[in-house]
Design a protein around this ligand. Structure first.
Ligand code: FMN
Length: 206
């Protein structure tokens, strides 16, 4: 009997050691990448053109949604940042963003995903600017090859919803699977959108 117990304990210890090795070798396989004006305007979030207050903290709207997705899925958060300092006020930001579109600009990225290989699912969130993704998102998709990975878009907006952005992402990343039924939330409704977000994530199997 003692011998059986010893063998069982040994087997369990071996199993735990192997599982631990697996977990650390694989790492997290979900990444939540997001761009938000508030983190790229050179002012604190409160002074930004676009901010939402959640649990007493002011933050970019896309950031708030990204954090909820990370909380629910356990994925790693990644803030897409650029050396461009966007105007903090809405009107100059609107002009600036329109000019970037007209010029087909590719703002320089200052944050870069490390260990892209470890991720198979990438949630990608951004605000809609002039009916499209901000041009910095094109810099982002230029930088990475997401072939074989699943991209799950989410947007915040003031009426344009997803605005065709999943189709654009699919064109930019032809060898990725881009979920077309992305999450979208109206800017002002974001603080109350957690239940909708949870339902969407449940539908995706999270
Ligand atoms: C430059 C600019 C252009 C915008 N263009 C649109 C638009 O075309 N359609 C729309 O629904 N919302 C538009 N919005 C609203 C944003 O999508 C919305 O405020 C979003 O919540 C901002 O998210 P953020 O806080 O993560 O930056 C625009 C906002 C800005 C600043």
């Amino acid at each position: 009997m003692k011998k059986i117990m010893r063998i069982a304990a040994l087997a369990m210890a071996l199993c735990l050691a192997l599982c631990g090795a697996c977990a650390s070798a694989e790492g997290n396989h979900i990444l939540i990448a997001y761009f938000t004006a508030a983190e790229n305007s050179g002012v604190d979030a409160v002074s930004s053109a676009s901010v939402v207050e959640i649990d007493g903290a002011a933050k970019g709207v896309s950031q708030a949604v990204a954090e909820w997705i990370a909380e629910r899925t356990g994925g790693d958060l990644f803030s897409i940042r650029t050396s461009t300092v966007y105007p903090a006020e809405f009107d100059p930001l609107a002009d600036y963003a329109m000019r970037e579109q007209e010029e087909d600009a590719r703002p320089e990225l200052t944050t870069h995903i490390e260990n892209l290989d470890q991720y198979d699912t990438i949630f990608v969130g951004f605000p809609i600017w002039w009916y499209e993704m901000p041009m910095v998102m094109r810099s982002f998709f230029d930088e990475y090859d997401f072939s074989g990975k699943t991209i799950i878009p989410f947007t915040v907006h003031r009426g344009s919803r997803l605005s065709g952005t999943p189709e654009v992402i699919q064109e930019l990343e032809p060898n990725a699977t881009v979920v077309q039924d992305g999450f979208q939330v109206y800017h002002e409704e974001t603080p109350d959108a957690k239940a909708d977000l949870d339902a969407w994530l449940t539908g995706l199997g999270y």
